[in-house]
Write a protein that binds this ligand. Structure first.
Ligand code: HEC
Length: 273
C-alpha cells in the first residue's frame, strides 16, 4: 500500500510542464486508481455515496433515509420556489439551471478567476434584489441544491484547458495536499490516504465523489450546507486558520476538488450523518 501511495504522490508532483488537459486527465486517472486499489470491491459509480460506499454498517440507515422522505426534501423544494421568486432565471448564467450546475466551477479567462455556482448565485441575487446572499447555508444552499437536482444523473465535468486554469487548479491541489493546523494534517491525509478508516466516531470518506451530492445535508447541521461550508468545518477540525468561503483560495480548492470527481454522476442523494 505504502508503495502505491508514494507512486500516486510522485505522479502528482511530476506532471506540470506538459499540456494542461493531459495533466488533469493523468492526475484524475491516478486519483481514481488509488481508490480502486484501496477498495477493489467498490464500484466507481458508488463513490457518489461518500462514506456509505465504504461503510456497510451505516449503509442500511442511509438507504432507509433515502427510501423515505429525506429530511432535506422540503428545503430543496423551497430553494426552487426561491429561484423563481428572486428572479434568478433572469441572469444569463442561471437561465438553464441544469447547464449551470454542469458548467461550474469553471475558470473565467476574462477575470483569471475560478467562478463557482455559489459565486454566480450571490452575484445574481444581488443584481435582482439589491441584497447580499450568504455563502454557506440557508437560502444559498437551498437554491444551489435545487439547481443541482436539475442536473441529477449528468456527470461532473470540470475543465482545465488553459495556463490560467492550470495555475488555479495547481493552487487548489497544493492546498488539498498541504499540511496545516495544530495537527499538521492535510485534507488528503484523511480523505485520500486514510479513507475508510475511523477518526473518532466517524469513518473517513474518500475524496473521490466528494463533489457529486453538493450542497449536502448533514444531520449534525440539521440542514443543508454548501461544499465550502464543509471546507470550513474540516479546517476547524484540523485546528487550522479559518478561511472565508467564496474567496479565491477556497474557489481554487473547489476547482481542484470537483475536478477529482469528474466522470461521476451528480446525485440528489444529499444525506450525510
Ligand atoms: C482529521 C481528518 C480530516 C481532515 C484532515 C479533513 N477532513 Fe474532511 N471530513 C472529516 C470527517 C470525519 C468527515 C465526516 C465523515 C466523512 O464524510 O468523511 C469529513 C467530511 C468531509 C466532506 C463531506 C463528505 C461528504 O460525503 O459529504 C468534505 C467535502 C470534506 N470533508 C473535505 C475536506 C477538505 C477539503 C479538507 C481539507 C481542507 C478536509 N476535509 C480535511 C475529516 C477530515
Amino acid at each position: 500500500m505504502k508503495k502505491l501511495i508514494t507512486a500516486v504522490v510522485s505522479l502528482g508532483l511530476m506532471v506540470g510542464a506538459s499540456s494542461a488537459i493531459a495533466d488533469l486527465n493523468t492526475e484524475h486517472k491516478a486519483f481514481v486508481s488509488h481508490f480502486k486499489s484501496m477498495f477493489p470491491n467498490v464500484e466507481l459509480a458508488d463513490y457518489t455515496n461518500g462514506v456509505y460506499a465504504l461503510d456497510e454498517g451505516s449503509r442500511d440507515q442511509f438507504e432507509e433515509i433515502l427510501d423515505g422522505i429525506p429530511p432535506y426534501e422540503e428545503a430543496v423544494e423551497k430553494g426552487g420556489e426561491e429561484f423563481v421568486k428572486f428572479g434568478l432565471g433572469k441572469c444569463d448564467a442561471l437561465k438553464d439551471p441544469a447547464a449551470a450546475r454542469i458548467k461550474h466551477p469553471y475558470f473565467d479567462e476574462a477575470t483569471q478567476k475560478v467562478v463557482t455556482l455559489e459565486g454566480v448565485l450571490k452575484a445574481c441575487y444581488k443584481e435582482q434584489t439589491g441584497k447580499k446572499l450568504g455563502s454557506k447555508k440557508g437560502k444559498i444552499a437551498r437554491i444551489s441544491a435545487w439547481i443541482s437536482d436539475q442536473a441529477a444523473g449528468e456527470k461532473v465535468n470540470v475543465k482545465v484547458e488553459t495556463a490560467g486554469a492550470q495555475a488555479a487548479y495547481n493552487e487548489g491541489k497544493a492546498f488539498f495536499y498541504g499540511k496545516r493546523g495544530q495537527f499538521n494534517m492535510s485534507c488528503a491525509d484523511c480523505h485520500v490516504y486514510n479513507a475508510g478508516k475511523k477518526a473518532r466516531a466517524d469513518i473517513l470518506s474518500p475524496a473521490l465523489g466528494h463533489a457529486t451530492h453538493v450542497p449536502m445535508y448533514r444531520a449534525k447541521w440539521a440542514g443543508l450546507g454548501t461544499l465550502q461550508r464543509r471546507y470550513g468545518g474540516c479546517l476547524k477540525n484540523m485546528r487550522a486558520k479559518p478561511i472565508n468561503a467564496q474567496t479565491d483560495l477556497m474557489n481554487n480548492l473547489e476547482f481542484f476538488h470537483q475536478a477529482m470527481s469528474n466522470g461521476l454522476e451528480i446525485t440528489d442523494a444529499r444525506y450525510r450523518k
